[in-house]
Design a protein around this ligand. Structure first.
Ligand code: ATP
Length: 306
């Protein structure tokens, strides 16, 4: 029997470190970052559509509210790119089952785009390599290549040039979710405003973090977490400082605003600490939700064919 559809599972990411360079003349910033993929997933189903229906998109799941279902969705753009590049039929039906927070600094839209690239490659038997897929991904957005690769990786350039990092161990994360997202461009703008008049050096990740990853040491990793966008995210959303305080008070090994926020990611020592912090955050009244996750996990991969 021939395959009619595939389901691709794609992970969210946290940035263990995010170093942001100065504002460049084209309006962008050079970044150097360390990504870790974690066990919070969107499932992307890609099927052959009915004749002459074009690319169709539907969305469900706990975080689907407010996700666009038109051409502005990054998943739609990914499908369009594959149609134009490989001359395949445009009749493709995409369904996103979303669990990754929207505009949460966890690369939700990028994950869906990566899922579509991997799904179309598999469904149409294009035989693309991971390298090919990562190159296509870079055309869609800076976080999309990492959503393909997963694991732990260093991102340079706009964050889109991915090199796998030597990393050991598995880590427990507790994620404090916000009720409302933050716009990534707005957070970068606020970062520029806060840095006005300062000399900003070339972005670099620290040796401590690389050593912590090589050793698989969660205590050292907790200490080495850093994010140049954190001050800007906290400036736009002061309540994030309270969230970070709860983590500190309830035994997290480290806490950080993930990417451009507003999700705050805490690393904890074990399952028990993870439960303690989950209860404390839920009771604090300063978060909209709490999710526990582990990392690293693999990038976009087919989990089912139909
Ligand atoms: P990043 O961490 O890569 O900066 P993010 O996780 O903060 O991204 P997304 O969840 O990707 O943010 O959403 C940012 C905006 O992109 C949303 O407000 C939404 O309007 C739009 N968007 C486009 N496609 C998607 C998608 N597939 N899922 C969610 N949002 C999408």
């Amino acid at each position: 029997m021939s395959i009619k559809g595939v389901v691709v599972r794609v992970p969210a990411k946290v940035n263990l470190q995010l170093a942001v360079g100065p504002l460049e003349s084209d309006g962008f910033h050079e970044v150097t970052t360390i990504f870790q993929a974690i066990s919070l997933f969107d499932d992307v189903t890609v099927k052959f559509g009915e004749a002459n229906t074009g690319i169709s998109l539907t969305v469900s799941g706990s975080t689907s509210s407010g996700v666009p279902v038109d051409e502005s969705n990054l998943a739609y753009k990914a499908a369009k790119l594959m149609v134009l590049r490989y001359g395949i039929s445009e009749d493709i039906a995409i369904h996103l089952k979303k669990e990754i927070p929207v505009a949460g600094g966890m690369a939700g839209g990028s994950a869906d785009a990566a899922g579509v690239l991997v799904g179309i490659d598999s469904l149409f038997e294009l035989g693309l390599s991971r390298d090919d897929l990562e190159k296509l991904a870079a055309e869609l957005g800076s976080d999309v290549p990492f959503s393909i690769s997963g694991g732990v990786a260093i991102g340079t350039g706009r964050g889109d040039q991915i090199t796998p990092a030597l990393a050991r161990g598995s880590y427990h994360w507790v994620l404090a979710l916000a009720g409302q997202g933050l716009s990534t461009p707005a957070v970068y703008q606020e970062c520029d405003r806060l840095r006005e008049g300062l000399v900003i050096s070339k972005p670099q990740v620290g040796d401590e973090m690389m050593q912590a990853l090589r050793a698989g040491d969660p205590v050292a990793l907790g200490k080495a977490l850093s994010n140049d966008l954190q001050a800007a995210a906290c400036s736009l959303r002061p309540a994030l400082r309270l969230v970070l305080d709860v983590g500190r008070d309830y035994g997290a090994l480290g806490g950080i605003v993930s990417g451009s926020g507003p999700t705050v990611a805490f690393i904890v020592a074990d399952e028990e600490k993870s439960l303690d912090l989950t209860v404390a955050l839920s009771a604090s009244g300063v978060v909209a939700g709490v999710v526990r996750a582990n990392g690293p996990v693999p990038g976009a991969r087919v989990i089912e064919t139909r």
